[in-house]
Design a protein. Sequence first.
Lengths: 327, 697
Amino acid sequence: MRSFEYTSARSVDEALAGIGPDAKFLAGGTNLVDLMKGDVEKPARLVDISALPLTDIAATPAGGVRIGAMVRNSDCASHPLIRERYPLLSQALLAGASPQLRNMASTGGNLMQRTRCYYFYDTAFDRCNKRVPGSGCAALEGYNRIHAILGASNQCVATHPSDMAVALAALDAMVEVLGRSGARRIPATQFHRLPGDTPHLDTNIEPDELIVAVELPPNGFAQRSHYLKVRDRASYAFALVSVAAALEMDGNTVRTARIAMGGVAHKPWRAMEAESALVGRRLDAAAIERAADASVSGARPLHDNAFKVALAKRSVARALEVAGGAA
Amino acid sequence: MNGKGMIGDPLTRVDGPLKVMGRATYAAEFEVPGVAYGVMVRSTIPSGTIASIDSTVARRMPGVLLVMTHENAPRLPAKGRAAVKPPAGREMSLLQDAAVRYNGEPIAVVVAATLEQATDAAAHLDIRYRAADAVLDFDQAKKDPKPAKMLRGPAEKKWGDAQSALERADVKVDAVYTTPMEHHNPMEPHGTIAEWKGSELTLYDATQYVSGAKETVAKTLGIPPEKVRVVCPFVGGGFGCKGSAWSHVTLAAMAARKAGRPVKLVLERPQMYGPVGGRPQTEQHIVLGAMRDGRIVALRHEVLSHTSVFEDFTEPSTQPTRALYAWPNGDTVQKLAKMNVGTPTFQRAPGEATGTFAIESAIDELAYELGMDPLELRLRNHADVEPSSGKPWSSKKLRECYEDGARRFGWSRRSARPGSMRDGRWLVGWGVATATYPAHRMEAKAVAIMNADGTFTVRSGTQDLGTGTYTICSQIAAETLGVPVQKVRFELGDTRFPKAPVSGGSMTAASVGPAVRAACLALREKIDAGGKAPLQAEGSAKPPAEDEEKKTHAERSFGALFGEVRVDPELGILRVPRVVATYSVGRILNAKTAASQFQGGIVWGLGMALMEESILDRRTGRIVNANLAEYHVPVNADIGSIEVAWVDENDTGFNDIGARGIGEIGITGVAGMVANAVFHATGKRVRSLPITLDKLL
């Protein structure tokens, strides 16, 4: 860890005024501080936003819910409004990290987690396009069991580690951000980026913008949704594959379907093609199979992660079965 | 308090309150006035030399007291190799030359007034290398196998005529089993505080061997051992990596002398992957030959394990197969594959844990070949004497273990065919394996003191790794002295106390226990003779023969393990909801700490079976998952019911307290049992640990 300056912001305006090129916002610190200890992130200044009054969870007039950016993951998961209206989000949050980390981690900070890759996290590896743009990708030909099968580039094959963000992508959440030039709303599905030729950018937020809230639109998924996380141990491990599945049904027929996957791409991966394959059909084994196949269309596995293609497919099928009440 | 605190009672650990209140002072927590903070800097290439280390920037940074590299480090006698005596006296990295032999090797120490300053400065060193070729692929290294040397027994051991017996055999199993590189990951990292007062050095060191650290550091620095004191009252887990005094211990002493300040040097978690050992990768070729009736007539076991390019350490996986079953013909051999990695070391039942995975899997394969119940096959091949030596056992009650474990588990309700047991979506599998661990003891000394206030103090320079040494030694002393355990205070972890052996090889209780007893008996004699407080007596105990060849009996513990796994056949998810184990380990000194030892060992075994693996990047020699986020050890959610028991036994042929050690036997056999249960559940034979879900898809 390098020496850095520390300031604590008492208001959103103060936080925005304090941010600059070499500065970073500090919320729960559960990822940023680790990265600083590993000398991966080297901010000259931290602006602590953990005291900002962004801690409310409230119903919106439209029938949705607005979650303040500083709401802790554990508080969000256990809030009655979230548990009643968005059990998928609650499940996803509780599948993430450990109780201690969830008590510290914030809603905004969870979205700002850096992607997962061994070669990014250890500066002893010379090559990482995320850390040192243009240096190459050590994971591409290295050990890549945990890496992406979808949407990767030859510049970066890292995966996004968040469970919460997978549920938010499925639920079509909007991320509210505030910058010195004003406020804007970014769809959760557009908040994170694919690596392309600029893998050093994980998100589409500007460095001087601050997440103030996440808004969930009203939907009819509460009765039929499921978050499935498959990992290397029973708890406290990142997903090898995770699936957020949500359904609205007319009798036995699917009216609306949402499928998002974690652990497979640089961002939460919405499987739109799989969703379309379900709409208007009976939720039977054949329809689930078609959707599962579609969810991994275009998958390009690496040397050590070919198993993820089958695992993702089967996980999508399982999550749909459970969400639909068939399992 | 429960029980009276006599030997065998389930006395709650006497150091428990200190630990839960945060008052147990671990090595790196001692408050030493004027202490400065050291940070170890490691190489980022696997082989070559350091071309230059530019510390111009670092040395000018705030608080920086010293940047110690190979250019300015004190020159040590014999280039720092005076104490080298593998496998315990390690080849270290003491900045005596510019060589780099593995990625992650210590190459500098930065000392500053605060840890933050030292860390920051360490990141500002500009290090240039001249890289050389490195061997980083096990498959490449094994093409040129090197002879091995084992700590106990020869690297090659044959009895009978395995070759011709194999030719006669009705049924054969011929398979290769592999286990990965692993690291110990105790909760407490390695850490040392070095403080010089004139020519006298005090080391507060997280160690499994205070007197070993003392001797190693004294010899390496070229100072008289009596000038060095090592203090370590508590250890936050060792698992083998703290059995040796590694580079950082001596480096802390060198830095403290050079900086003119006490120096605290605590390893960061990633620094625990390389410079302080780990379990070697193994490849084990097993051939079994059996007759139709289940009698195994021949065993062949060839083990290849990796070591570093600069020191030979052998993972003795053939050790258990030389003792486990009544095979009349055997052929066992160990070889080494040398690689540019940190030297591996003793980890959680070295040899026994890896060896039993292979042999217990092979026995299960043979049972299916024969169409015989795998428990029945083990009973038919029960070793009434040690097969490789023909020696009788000092005491062995393995048959009773099988019987007790099978009954408690409900083994008779198992249906034999793989995939035949289900619970809804889950495939259910039941597996069995034998556990085993050799009984070791070495010479130990203790002193017992009657204080003026009627209490007793007993001391030995041993260690408590969290295993219960404080507690069981208090119980042995109390019973021997005939006083309530509350009257006894046992002290350890200081080289000023009478010398005791390394707390490794599961031998602390079996070595120190008899010494405590001897000291207390001597004190009682003095008391009975009318002695008045303060009064003290010394005692020591040693085995009749430390050389294996001279022993009249084979000394080894055994156990029977039964377990249930559940496999989700579509997603490959594997759970182990239930383990039942019964052990034959001699006398149990404390029923509560013993149960904890067995259960903890089984948890290690589940980690080994399901998830533990250090991944070496084959291009750079760097371990890619060198942290607790990516190197998985079991969490509570991975652990189901673990029911342990033991048979009534008192092995007075081994020592006068009748107890063999129990620190490591728990891990043995577990991975084999899990693999066997997985086969029973799925019909898939996984011969390569860990059994991760991708191997079951």
